[in-house]
Design a binder for this molecule. Structure first.
Ligand code: AHR
Length: 498
C-alpha cells in the first residue's frame, strides 16, 4: 500500500489560480471554428463566441487566457485586427498551414471572449517583426483612460472604456520562430521594448513577461536574467520583469517523429510519463538560476506553453496540429499540474497548449458538435486547487513503474479557506491498481469523498461516443488520521477531506 503523508499544519504557500491557465493561438481551428464562429453560422454563439465552448470552459474556471500566439504573435500586427470587419487586412498565416487569416478575431474580440469567460488577460506582443512604437501603441489602445490618439481610436471602434491587461508578453520564443535571436540580443531588445509597455492603470499594473528558454536552455535563462533582471529598481520592486516564460512539450518519440496520439505501445506510454515528470527537473534547473538573481522569488516562472505534441491526426492539415486526447494525456495533465502545485513558490502561471482543437486541447469541435477531452476532466477535478494553500506531501511505500524509474503514484494536496483538503493523485501504471492511504498530520478527517477519472490508456472521447471517458464517484473510506481508496491503472483521483 502507498501511504501519502500530508502536512496540513505547514502550508507551502498559495497556488496561483493562473497555474490553471490556457493558451489560444491563431493556429488551425483553435480560434476560428473552435471558439469564434460567424454570428449567422447556425452554431449558438454570443457575439461570435460559441456558447457550448464558453460554458464548458467556465466549468473548469479558466483563470487566464494567453493570445494571439505563439509563433503567430511575432508576425501579428494588431492594427490589422481592429475596426469595421470589411476593412480588416487579410494576411497569410505563414507558420500555421499558410492559410488566409482574415483578422476577424482581433483585440476587441479577445477581450469579449475573456469577459464571457470571466478570466484574466494575457496579451503577447510582437518583438520579432514589430516595432517598439507598434507595441507601445497597442498598450495605449488597450489600457489608456484619457485623451490620446489610441484611446480615441478605441472609442471610434466602439469601446470607450479601457480594458485591463493583466499580463503582457514581450515576444515569444525569440530564440526560434520569434526572430532566431541570441540571448544577449533578445535581452537587450527586451529591456528596450518593455520600457514602452507603459503602466497607465496604476491600480492594476500590467505584469511583464520576459521571453524565457526552450526546455533546458540554461544559457538563455542566465544571460537574459543577467541583462534584464534588476532588483531593486527605482521604478518598481521587480525591476524590468514580473515573470520569465518557459516552454516545454512532451513528444514521446522526439521532435522528428513524435508518435501517434492514439496508437502507442506500453514503452511509448512510459516514455510519455517520464517526459511529463521531467517538468519538475526543469523547474529545479531554471528555478535554481532564478534563485541566484531573485532569491526572494519576486518573479514567477511562467510555463506559458506545455502539453503533449504528437503527429497530427491522419488526414488533417499538418499545419493545424490537431490531435486526439486519451487517458495518457489525462495523466500528463495530472502529473504536470501536481508538479506546478508542489512548486507554487516559483511557478506563478502556466498555460496548457492549446485550449481548443490544437495539441493537448481540453475541447474538440466538429461543426456544431463539441466534446470534452480526458484533459478537460483533469482540469475540472483539480479546480479546487486554484487559490488554495499547497500542502507538503511525502510518499512512502510507493512502488515504481516503467523499469523502476518512476513512482507509481504521484500527488499534490492543498487546503481551501474553509478547511477542506483536496488531494489529487495519478496512477502511472498502465496495468496495476494501487491502494493509496492518505495520512494527515494533526487533523482527523470526519468526511471523505472523491472523484475518479479512469480508463484504459488509449481510452478517449469521440463525436460518436462523447462520454466514453468521464468522471465518476470514487469510494473513499475514512481511516483514523486519513482515508483509503483504490486507484485503478491510469486512474486520476481527486479526494476531498474535511
Ligand atoms: O503551440 C504551438 C507552437 O509551439 C507555438 O506557436 C510556439 O510558441 C511553440 O513552438
Amino acid at each position: 500500500m502507498a501511504t501519502i503523508h500530508i502536512d496540513e499544519t505547514k502550508p507551502l504557500g498559495r497556488i496561483a489560480p493562473e497555474i490553471y491557465g490556457h493558451f489560444s493561438e491563431h493556429l488551425g481551428r483553435c480560434i476560428y471554428e473552435g471558439i469564434f464562429v460567424k454570428p449567422d453560422s447556425g452554431i449558438p454563439n454570443v457575439n461570435g463566441m460559441r456558447t457550448d465552448v464558453v460554458e464548458a470552459l467556465k466549468e473548469i474556471r479558466v483563470p487566464v487566457l494567453r493570445w494571439p500566439g505563439g509563433c503567430f504573435a511575432d508576425e501579428y500586427h494588431w492594427k490589422d485586427g481592429i475596426g469595421p470587419l470589411e476593412g480588416r487586412k487579410r494576411m497569410v498565416n505563414t507558420h500555421w498551414g499558410g492559410v488566409v487569416e482574415d483578422n476577424s478575431f482581433g483585440t476587441h474580440e479577445f477581450f469579449e471572449l475573456c469577459r464571457q469567460l470571466g478570466c484574466k488577460t494575457y496579451v503577447n506582443g510582437n518583438v520579432g517583426s514589430g516595432t517598439v512604437q507598434e507595441m507601445s501603441e497597442w498598450v495605449e489602445y488597450m489600457t489608456f483612460d484619457g485623451v490620446s490618439p489610441m484611446a480615441q481610436l478605441r472609442e471610434t471602434n466602439g469601446h470607450k472604456e479601457p480594458w485591463r491587461v493583466d499580463y503582457f508578453g514581450v515576444g515569444n520564443e525569440n530564440w526560434g520562430c520569434g526572430g532566431n535571436m541570441t540571448p544577449q540580443y533578445y535581452a537587450n531588445l527586451y529591456r528596450r521594448y518593455q520600457t514602452y509597455v507603459r503602466q497607465y492603470n496604476h491600480d492594476a499594473p500590467i505584469q511583464k513577461i520576459c521571453g524565457g528558454p526552450n526546455v533546458d536552455d540554461l544559457k538563455w535563462t542566465k544571460k537574459v536574467l543577467k541583462t534584464c533582471f534588476a532588483h531593486p529598481h527605482p521604478k518598481g520592486a521587480h525591476g524590468y520583469m514580473d515573470g520569465l516564460s518557459l516552454h516545454y512539450y512532451v513528444h514521446p518519440g522526439g521532435w522528428e517523429n513524435k508518435g501517434s496520439a492514439l496508437e502507442f505501445s506500453e514503452e511509448e506510454f512510459y516514455t510519455t510519463m517520464q517526459k511529463a515528470l521531467y517538468m519538475e527537473e526543469l523547474i529545479y534547473l531554471h528555478g535554481g538560476v532564478m534563485d541566484e538573481y531573485d532569491p526572494e522569488k519576486k518573479i514567477g516562472l511562467i510555463v506559458d506553453e506545455w502539453g503533449t505534441w504528437y503527429d497530427v491526426e491522419p488526414g488533417t492539415n499538418p499545419g493545424f496540429l490537431y490531435q486526439q486526447n486519451t487517458m495518457r494525456d489525462a495523466l500528463v495533465a495530472a502529473v504536470t499540474l501536481n508538479i506546478f502545485n508542489n512548486h507554487c513558490d516559483r511557478v506563478k502561471m502556466a498555460c496548457i497548449a492549446q485550449m481548443v482543437n490544437v495539441l493537448q486541447a481540453v475541447l474538440l469541435t466538429e461543426g456544431p458538435q463539441m466534446i470534452k477531452t480526458p484533459t478537460w476532466h483533469v482540469f475540472h477535478m483539480y479546480r479546487d486547487h486554484q487559490g488554495a494553500q499547497a500542502l507538503p506531501v511525502k510518499a512512502e511505500g510507493v512502488g515504481t513503474v516503467g523499469g523502476e524509474v518512476m513512482p507509481a503514484v504521484q500527488v499534490s494536496a492543498s487546503v481551501m479557506e474553509n478547511g477542506e483538503i483536496t488531494v489529487t493523485a495519478a496512477n502511472l501504471s498502465m496495468t496495476e491498481s494501487q491502494t493509496v492511504r492518505l495520512a494527515l498530520t494533526a487533523k482527523k478527517p470526519e468526511r471523505a469523498d472523491g472523484t475518479l477519472l479512469a480508463g484504459e490508456a488509449h481510452a478517449h472521447n469521440t463525436f460518436d461516443d462523447p462520454e466514453a471517458v468521464k468522471e465518476q464517484a470514487l469510494a473513499v473510506t475514512l481511516d483514523g488520521d486519513g482515508a483509503v481508496f483504490t486507484l485503478p491503472p491510469c486512474g486520476v483521483a481527486a479526494v476531498r477531506l474535511s
